[in-house]
Design a protein around this ligand. Sequence first.
Ligand code: NAD
Ligand code: TYD
Length: 352
Amino acid sequence: MILTTGGAGFIGSNFVLDWLAGAGEPVLNLDRLTYAGNLENLASLRGDARHVFVQGDIGDAALVARLLAEHRPRAVVNFAAESHVDRSIHDPEDFIQTNIVGTFRLLEAVRAYWSGLPAPERAAFRFLHVSTDEVYGSLGKEDPAFSESNRYEPNSPYSASKAASDHLVRAWHHTYGLPVLTTNCSNNYGPYHFPEKLIPLCIHNALAGKPLPIYGDGQQRRDWLYVGDHCAAIRRVLEAGRPGEVYNVGGWNEMANLEVVTTLCAMLDAMRPRADGRSYREQIGFVADRPGHDRRYAIDAGKLERELGWKPQETFESGIRKTVRWYLDHQDWVNNVTSGAYRDWVGKHYGD
Ligand code: NAD
Ligand code: TYD
């Protein structure tokens, strides 16, 4: 079996669902169930013996050691993290605890387990660390896209904590020989995306008749990748990546935030027109910029294509259409998520 951490979050739950729909190899899923973890994402696996869920912290060394000894996974895929930049600005402590200290404790528990494996299993074992393109910092207008050899220049508490975790993973390979793989991916979107991030927030607000908040001038640029494509990239790297290597993952799809939101509005205008016949674009509003807001990310995913043959299957057009369809068909999921902690957060962050 494999062990996933953070497999009740956005990308982790997509990964677990896709994994069990395909390979069928059992998954031990360790997740602390923070505000971002949602077992409803995995509801379709209820009664499926191939999915074993454990609520717990990657930083709980005794728990992780016990789980490894009991279940003897052949690989660990580490999704667990605090992942929202705005939250990291308001309250960085949890980011340090989970993303840095948690990754450290997880690496140590995995190292002890891996060291005790018989030689063939030790050689075949993999620790895949799921990271972000944000560790590379912000690009100038004309700069080439991030490659794996770009310098780390993280600018937010989130990206700094992810950068630190990437360095720990690298060091555990270099020093102890742990067979690690690191993926640095651009912005994902798709089903089960918590509606605090740009795309699901705007879909939710549009349908609720609320403003679509664009930070600053909306000209910050990001690369966008459909979550199913990211999960396929992780499976490919796990299967054939070279231990110690880093692979950038991206959609070859760089867009300004304002363009992302106007595309979303056009899609919603066609798929769920407003009752008054006007465009959702009228709900767009500009709000105060994020402090330290990175201006541009772009990712060169050429290494992953050349070496392992992965490239994204979805265009932004096809991926965003699927995503809007999913949200329209899963308003009950959105309603469940938007009650409780999420509402408190929106009030704290956006005020009125
Ligand atoms: P998410 O916030 O939706 O989910 C994170 C999950 O981790 C949640 O289920 C949460 O309960 C769990 N978790 C948090 N702290 C934990 C702890 N201490 N122990 C165990 N579980 C814990 O995040 P996501 O968007 O699914 O991102 C998953 C990973 O991918 C993260 O490492 C993130 O940095 C990385 N990533 C995300 C994106 C993106 O666009 N969302 C892009 C690139 C990389
Ligand atoms: P987000 O989804 O938070 O991802 P990240 O910060 O990890 O890239 O934000 C994506 C972009 O959208 C980012 O440039 C910030 C911007 N943004 C807004 O303009 N308004 C919003 O309400 C949010 C949440 C994000």
